[in-house]
Ligand binder design. Structure first.
Ligand code: PLP
Length: 372
């Protein structure tokens, strides 16, 4: 048996989440945000499955060109714009839509006379990360119009859309509205959290990322309770079991001490695979249909699980997160966010992209096994 650590990516769940997003978007077009290797799910396989999205959004030219080389023809948006002059020709030839968010990027584009199919102006309405300040907008708009074959897109990013009824969100929405009123061109404001909680932000294009992968962007909920379908199952198996007596310790630093005689299971996954080192004792781990507490520190290649009074078989299936155990819950235990856990699944973990039959049979068919 080879090392059983796997990330299973369920295409059917991905398509279904996109359909649910489509219904929620209520007529808005969809930029499917698949930066960071599609949040750890595999850029190219995921990009291919999202043919129904109106466009794909990524952070780097490399990601965009990889999608084009894979034959993907949808609009592609470069969310962070261009980083240097050397990227301009390739981006233009690949027909990318570019976010222009600062004077530096605008000057770059002006340095080579081209007529871009569509440029997007990012306006800072309060997040103070990327984007032109409000006072610069009219001038910037005039300059970008000269570089564009179509009316520039207008976008901003919301800092607190994961909080309900947040006045800061309302302020950003009205600042954007005030500033852009009367200008032509498509508008885009909403990430996953805004899609769910602020329908008034949907505008012409929504920009969901996390929701595609069936994970809730709201801190207090998990996707299971909201109907989204987790796309990734991060799984492994039990590779050893061990009987221990009350008072014995487990793992580095002896952090875990057995309260009674019982069994410990060792699962083949660790921080070297992307399981969070900071997950404390008690973090739930699914083993053969039941949840057990993590015992002691996470090692590079292994974790220990408190199995209680009964052992399980060597090879028993283990799920770190997935439909059986929402990644939101593991993230909460580990003091992080689901985004980081998904993006952090390591290269060495074998990814399997499966397309489960529409009738929900158990026969997961491996359709593709592309390297990352
Ligand atoms: C990453 C990103 C998104 C998607 O965010 P989610 O919270 O995953 O939906 C949307 N817009 C921009 C500009 C982003 O960088």
């Amino acid at each position: 048996m080879s090392r059983p650590t796997r990330a299973r990516i369920d295409f059917r769940a991905l398509r279904e989440n996109l359909r649910m997003i489509r219904r929620r978007a209520n007529g808005s077009r969809i930029w499917a945000v698949i930066k960071a290797n599609a949040y750890g799910h595999g850029l190219i396989p995921v990009g291919r499955v999202l043919g129904e999205a109106d466009g794909l959004a990524v952070s780097s030219l490399d990601e965009a060109l990889a999608l084009r080389e894979a034959g993907i023809r949808q609009p592609i948006l470069l969310l962070e714009g261009l980083f240097d002059r050397g990227e301009i020709q390739a981006a233009f030839q690949a027909k990318l839509e570019i976010v222009v968010h600062a004077e530096f990027g605008l000057a770059l584009l002006e340095s080579i006379p081209l007529l871009w199919p569509r440029l997007w102006i990012k306006i800072d309405t309060g997040m103070n990360r990327l984007g032109f300040p409000a006072h610069a907008f009219p001038d910037v708009h005039g300059r970008i119009v000269r570089l564009s074959a179509t009316a520039p897109g207008l976008m901003t990013h919301l800092a607190s859309a994961d909080r309900p009824h947040d006045p800061a969100v309302q302020e950003q929405l009205s600042a954007f509205d005030r500033l852009t009123r009367g200008y032509p061109g498509p508008r885009s404001l909403a990430n996953s959290a805004a899609m769910v909680q602020y329908p008034e932000s949907h505008a012409d294009w929504v920009r969901p990322g996390l929701l595609l992968f069936g994970v809730s962007p709201l801190p207090a909920s998990d996707a299971e309770s909201t109907g989204w379908l987790p796309v990734m199952t991060f799984a492994t198996a039990i590779m050893a079991v061990k009987q221990i007596r009350r008072g014995e310790r487990v793992g580095y630093g002896g952090v875990y001490e057995a309260k009674r005689d019982g069994w410990i299971g060792i699962a083949a996954v660790g921080y070297g695979d992307g399981y969070p080192y900071h997950a404390p004792g008690g973090t739930p781990v699914w083993v053969s249909g039941r949840l057990y507490p993590l015992a002691g520190r996470v090692s590079m290649d292994m974790i220990a699980v408190d199995l209680g009074s009964e052992p399980v078989a060597i090879g028993a299936p283990v799920i770190l997160w997935g439909r059986e155990l929402p990644v939101e819950i593991v993230a909460r235990h580990a003091g992080t966010i689901p985004y980081e856990l998904l993006c952090g699944v390591a290269q060495r973990v074998r990814h399997e992209w499966v397309d489960q039959a529409e009738d929900e049979t158990d026969h997961a068919e491996t359709v593709d096994r592309l390297s990352l």
